[in-house]
Ligand binder design. Structure first.
Ligand SMILES: [Zn+2]
Ligand SMILES: [Zn+2]
Length: 328
């Protein structure tokens, strides 16, 4: 970006110079198949950390030179959903976003500055801070199902989200954790990050393995982290009678799954979706990052300069990269 294009922050806004942006599977999905909530093509990159370059009038919480991290959205606080406390479902969530972190500068709108932006303390590195948004979504998702106690929790998927969620489940006291995937290296990482069991779906009968882990019953809680209808259907099959399932990965717009009504009714399954984050889950995710309780470094497999962004997505498409740190 040449200096003539550096945006000026309006009242309440913050202009940040991006220090690092992380790639996210959502970006890749959006590129390859569109997104149910975002317009394509549009500005890209929503996981980042940087330094305040300029502030608009009325910004008191940040000064030039502060290190800053923010999520790409914040709720309006005023719509029917915000007023019901379901701020992740805000009707105006995607109207005024901070997207476009694959760039030298990013402009953070006033409502995000006010609700979902933080100053980064000296002992937190930029690349860890940049996990704020995905972790906030995971923290929100983790609030929606039971994880702690004597439970077998199965994750379908072995991408960065599953690897984050798995760690949060452990912190919340999950007793037995299994990760189902199709990629040996990622499964090995899941194991290293604390999974009791990893199951390679290409080689093993996943249902049998999950049954063996759970006295033949099936998982108490299943968390689907793939965003594919096959994975959604597989996840239903792994849930025990009376168990619960969180569909955490968003599928292609307009897609549908086949659901065995007997399982839902006679087996009393609880199936639920989980989407995005709220200012409260963002705040708790930020505290978690600052606490150092999570292992984040192995989730960033590569570092590339901004002009190699297409190559970064190609590596993700081929499952050679987990998350790529893009350095402008
Ligand atoms: Zn993301
Ligand atoms: Zn709202």
């Amino acid at each position: 970006m040449d200096t003539a294009e550096v945006p000026e922050p309006a009242d309440g806004e913050v202009l940040a110079r991006v220090a690092v942006a992380l790639t996210c599977a959502t970006d890749l999905k959006t590129l390859d198949r569109g997104h149910a909530r975002l317009t394509v093509p549009g500005p890209f990159g929503h996981e980042w950390a940087g330094t305040v370059e300029a502030v608009g009038d009325g910004v008191l919480s940040f000064g030039v030179g502060d290190r800053i991290v923010a999520t790409p959205t914040a709720p309006c606080g005023d719509c029917a959903y915000c007023l019901r406390g379901a701020e992740n479902l805000c009707l105006h969530l995607f109207e005024h976003t901070a997207l476009g972190a694959y760039a030298e500068y990013i402009l953070v709108p006033r409502h995000i500055v006010n609700r979902n932006a933080f100053r980064i303390p000296d002992d937190v590195v930029d690349v860890h801070a940049a996990f704020l948004e995905p972790l906030a979504c995971v923290v929100h998702g983790a609030d929606l199902v039971r994880l702690g106690g004597d439970r077998t929790v199965v994750f379908v998927g072995e991408g960065p989200i599953a690897l984050l969620f798995m760690q949060v489940a452990r912190l919340r006291g999950a007793n037995r954790v299994a990760v189902v995937g199709r990629h040996a290296q990622r499964l090995a990482l899941a194991r290293a990050l604390g999974a009791d069991l990893v199951i390679d779906g290409r080689e093993r009968d996943v249902r049998e393995e999950v049954a063996a882990l759970s006295d033949g019953l099936g998982a108490d809680t299943v968390v689907e982290c793939v965003g594919h209808t096959d994975a959604w259907e597989q996840a239903v099959g792994l849930t025990r009678r009376g168990g619960e399932l969180l569909f955490f990965g968003g599928c292609e717009a307009g897609s549908a799954i086949r659901l065995d009504t007997e399982r839902l009714h006679y087996d009393e399954l609880t199936l639920r979706g989980g989407f995005h984050c709220t200012p409260d889950s963002v705040r708790r995710a930020w505290e978690l990052i600052c606490s150092g309780a999570l292992t984040l470094d192995p989730l960033v497999s590569d570092q590339l300069p901004l002009d190699e962004l297409p190559g970064a997505f190609e590596r993700m498409r081929r499952l050679e990269a987990l998350k790529v740190a893009i350095l402008p």
